[in-house]
Design a protein. Structure first.
Length: 162
């Protein structure tokens, strides 16, 4: 799956993409989970999730009843790299849990270690633009991929209620 992922990124022929790939190779991206307790909460879950998003987006664009002029390389970039912010984001920690015999033992689990608290979609865009030029459509798709579940515009720590 990793080889297919990298080949897809290379197929975009986007300047700077090798730098993105080098970053991903040096990070834990290909072994990281996609989350701590939801989809892909296991080693390699982020890679699997990203590939699944690509397959779904590619199929949706293909069967869309409206004309979509999004180039293939944009589909690849938006889908495969939408969660690049999760590289070096999780760490393994341990907690006590009862095993099948009812005995306590230390078990591993993933926890968040966010050293760049910049916001999910924004962070992915920020990280990618260090290496590659994104189109506005790619930036917006990556920024807003969480949809309604990340309502930053409705919250500001500086906002004062009267």
């Amino acid at each position: 799956m990793k080889e297919e992922f990298i080949n897809l990124l290379r197929s975009t022929n986007r300047e700077g993409m090798e730098d993105v790939i080098n970053f991903l190779e040096k990070s834990d991206f290909f072994k990281a989970p996609a989350s701590t307790r939801f989809h892909g909460d296991y080693e390699g879950g982020l890679l699997e999730h990203s590939m699944k998003v690509y397959e779904i987006l590619k199929d949706k664009v293909k069967i869309a009843s409206i004309s979509i002029d999004t180039p293939d390389e944009s589909i690849i970039i938006m889908a495969l790299l939408h969660d690049v912010c999760k590289a070096n984001y999780y760490k393994v920690d341990y907690r006590n849990a009862k095993n099948a015999l009812g005995e306590w033992e230390k078990v591993p689990y993933y926890t968040v270690d966010d050293t760049i608290p910049y916001g999910h979609g924004e962070k992915s865009v920020m990280m990618l633009t260090e290496y590659v030029k994104l189109t506005n459509e790619e930036k917006y798709a990556i920024r807003w991929h969480m949809g309604f579940s990340e309502p930053k515009e409705n919250y500001s720590p500086l906002r004062i209620s009267i």
